[in-house]
Design a protein around this ligand. Structure first.
Ligand code: CA
Length: 219
């Protein structure tokens, strides 16, 4: 998933970025409310982790703006203990969940997975596409009951395509969902991953739509 972290605490921000990247997410990190609001207008995220006490514009205002604009991206509020009153306001404003600092990373990661799941309208943690089953928590892919060995980037690409099955995704859209701002895919990387996926799974799985991008048909 592509995740936006809005957090002005350097230590916490760094910890979150590291932990989420390790879980195979594309992560962007902003430290103030104004840039967060701007990014949320121009970019698409799957989950937002939102601190409330932020420079320039507080988290509740960011959230209010976001929902006023009709954006439904799942938002997890990170709140300090002395801001507990704001938790209620946050939920009223349309936050999906909250965590009180300090929290344990495994709990945060589980909640992020749950929000992603809810957003996709799936009750289970697995993503199923015909005979392909993806388990994002374990970063594991099985096909016809066999485990297919996929490096992280190939797994992420497959997941992005399957989650958007039936839609042609442009190269740019795929890259945006796979990588954060500070990561740049090497040229041709995407083509190489697609090639590997076709070889390890089956060639017709991913269609190249010439001049546009890639398509996985619905199962
Ligand atoms: Ca803060």
């Amino acid at each position: 998933m592509r995740i936006l972290i809005v957090e002005d605490d350097e230590l916490l921000g760094e910890g979150l970025v590291t932990a989420l990247k390790r879980q195979d997410h594309a992560v962007d990190w902003l430290r103030d409310g104004v840039s967060a609001s701007a990014a949320l207008v121009s970019e698409e995220f799957d989950v937002v982790l939102l601190d409330l006490g932020l420079p320039r514009q507080d988290g509740l205002s960011v959230l209010a703006k976001l929902r006023a604009a009709g954006q439904r991206v799942p938002v997890l509020i990170l709140t300090a203990r002395d801001q507990l009153g704001d938790k209620v306001k946050g939920l009223d404003l349309g936050a999906d969940d909250y965590l009180v600092k300090p929290f344990e990373l495994p709990e945060l990661l589980a909640r992020v997975r749950a929000l992603g799941r809810r957003a996709r309208g799936q009750a289970r943690n697995q993503i199923v596409h015909g005979e392909i089953v993806l388990d994002p928590a374990a970063c594991q892919c099985t096909w016809q009951g066999r485990i297919i060995d996929l490096p992280r980037k190939e797994f992420t690409l497959l997941r992005v395509l399957i989650e958007n099955a039936g839609r042609v995704l442009t190269r740019e859209a795929v890259v945006q969902k796979m990588y954060g701002w500070d990561e740049d895919p090497e040229s041709n990387a995407l083509e190489v991953y697609v090639h590997h996926l076709r070889r390890k799974l089956y060639p017709e799985l991913i269609r190249t739509v010439r001049g546009v991008g890639y398509l996985v048909e619905p199962p």
